[in-house]
Design a protein around this ligand. Structure first.
Ligand SMILES: [Zn+2]
Length: 535
């Protein structure tokens, strides 16, 4: 089957009466698993967030146009899983049967990695960093969308904890498609109406027509923008992760549509990327020797270039060039020319600027008196640079490897989310620079799909890699990044317990139970809930 045939088949199947149930089963099997399984799944066999989102896109397209046919839930879910696997092959050949792994061309991987490389970010990072991202837009968001971006992290975490509780404790043996719904009258909203507002802002109403033209990979999918939908008196939250991502991405687009506010939103976005990175670095490493918007000038009239963030540590200077460019729609659809143009604008441009600055510092070509925010660089012996992308740019690490193959000085490209993880695991500037030196030294030798995998390789096998002197590439597989998934998830689960318990405080004996069992609280979790969120 070619791509069109596969997608047509899925489109057709998604019209069945019980498709939501089938989708729920796929989510339960592939995404919202048990807490104890996190980070241990064989990632190659599971459908990803993006694949499930694509299937959800079909659900939304056809939900008001359903047939009366009811399909067997288990076997149809299996059939769809297989169809999605076949779809993966279409990135490399016209049909699965003629697929030959030795014939994969590097350019084919450019589109494949955009759709299939795992998300760069953990869900809590999206909601946490959204607060930095929209710190100057808090008022607009509250007024127009009803939720407070400052509390979005806490509120999201209560939703997430509740979902984890329902999935892992309360309904361990229940039908998985019943697991992912919250009644609008869930008593958890009593103490925190803001949680309900957050959900409402990202919910699609029952009678709305969406995704009319949705079909192919990269087509506009409302599910990515508003991942919650309403059925009767219920919110269906298939994947809390998608909600977190939408909290980070959407407000900017909402504000852009507001004719009166859009210019202010754009202005706020302008300096925001640098500010955000500056804040992240200084909160961790202190504000001495970290500088923002440093201008390098040849003399009082000629500017060489500017550095977004400059960090000094003894004889080492680290240049951060920050961009907030996202992949365009055409790139997501697989247009190679667009992919290369996006790469040029987001990554190569930042890299080129960094190289110019590096050169000027190394050769001492700048005039130290001509710019007032220029720190003393006379002791600097080594200069490193990092290209930092504010938003997710799926496949970026592979794109650097493929598009810049053979070029001598390849950039290190990370996202704000990568930086967040790096800062959490490298507590001092010394640790940070050591990692950077390792990364540079092994730039061409190490192959990984994400920055987290590089960091994992460094933390757990760094010495081994350094001592391994042959030039053969070392592949850091996803096990290196899954470590962080387990660690971060466990840490957050523990941290959120108190927030979750706090949210339960106003529930009264005769309220319906928060766990969605349909029973009264006094007859349900009031008796046996011991505050644990996972078994
Ligand atoms: Zn209960």
């Amino acid at each position: 089957m070619n791509r069109n045939e596969i997608l047509s088949k899925i489109d057709e199947l998604s019209k069945c009466k019980n498709f939501l149930e089938i989708l729920g089963l796929l989510v339960a099997k592939n995404i919202n698993g048990k807490v104890k399984d996190i980070g241990y799944e064989d990632y190659k066999r599971l459908l990803s967030y993006k694949e499930i989102s694509h299937l959800s896109g079909f659900y939304l397209k056809n939900r008001n146009n359903k047939s009366n046919t009811e399909l067997d839930t288990e076997s149809t879910a299996d059939q769809i899983h297989k169809l999605m696997d076949s779809l993966h092959f279409t990135f490399f050949s016209n049909d699965e049967k003629s697929f030959d792994p030795s014939k994969i061309e590097r350019e084919m991987l450019l589109h494949e990695t955009i759709f299939y490389s795992g998300g760069d970010a953990h869900d809590f990072q999206f909601v946490e960093l959204a607060r930095y991202k929209y710190q100057n837009d808090r008022g607009w968001i509250k007024k127009h969308k009803g939720f407070d971006i400052y509390n979005a992290y806490d509120n999201y975490m209560v939703i997430r904890s509740l979902m984890d509780f329902i999935m892992n404790i309360r309904h361990q043996h229940a039908n998985p498609s019943n697991v992912l719904t919250l009644n609008k009258d869930n008593p958890i909203f009593k103490r925190n109406p803001d949680i309900k507002q957050l959900i409402e802002a990202f919910a699609i109403q029952e009678n709305e027509v969406v995704n009319e033209f949705f079909f192919n990979i990269g087509d506009y999918n409302e599910f990515l923008v508003r991942p919650i939908f309403i059925i009767d008196n219920y919110y269906v939250i298939l994947m809390p992760y998608q909600l977190a991502e939408a909290v980070f991405n959407n407000p900017f687009y909402w504000m852009n549509k507001d004719k009166i506010y859009s210019s202010k939103a754009l202005k706020n976005r302008g300096g925001m990327a640098e500010n955000m990175v500056f804040q992240m670095l200084t909160e961790k490493y202190g504000d001495r020797y970290i500088f923002k918007n440093v201008l390098l000038k040849k003399n009082s009239t000629t500017t060489i270039s500017d550095i977004d963030i400059l960090m000094l540590f003894e004889e080492i200077a680290v240049i951060f060039q920050v961009k907030s460019k996202r992949l365009t729609e055409n790139s997501k659809k697989g247009d190679l020319k667009s992919i290369k143009i996006d790469f040029e604008k987001a990554i190569k441009a930042a890299h080129k600027q960094a190289l110019t600055c590096k050169e000027a510092i190394r050769k001492k070509e700048y005039n130290s008196n001509s710019s007032k925010n220029l720190p003393d660089l006379k002791n600097v012996k080594e200069v490193y640079s990092i290209c930092l992308l504010l938003d997710e740019y799926p496949g970026k690490t592979s794109h650097v490897r493929i598009i810049m193959e053979g070029e001598p000085d390849k950039p290190i490209v990370i996202s704000a989310f990568d930086l967040d993880i790096i800062l959490r695991h490298l507590p001092t500037k010394v640790d940070f620079t050591k990692y950077l030196i390792f990364r540079y030294k092994n730039r061409d030798r190490l192959v990984a799909a994400s920055e987290r995998a590089f960091l994992g390789g460094y933390l757990f096998n760094g010495d081994e890699i350094n001592n391994n002197i042959n030039d053969r590439p070392i592949i850091l597989d996803e096990d290196h990044s899954q470590y962080f998934d387990r660690l971060m998830f466990g840490k957050h689960l523990a941290e959120n317990r108190s927030k979750f318990l706090e949210a339960l405080k106003d529930i009264e004996r005769n309220d319906r139970c928060f766990c969605e069992s349909g029973l009264k609280y006094k007859k349900c979790c009031m008796q046996n809930f011991d505050g644990r969120l996972s078994p």
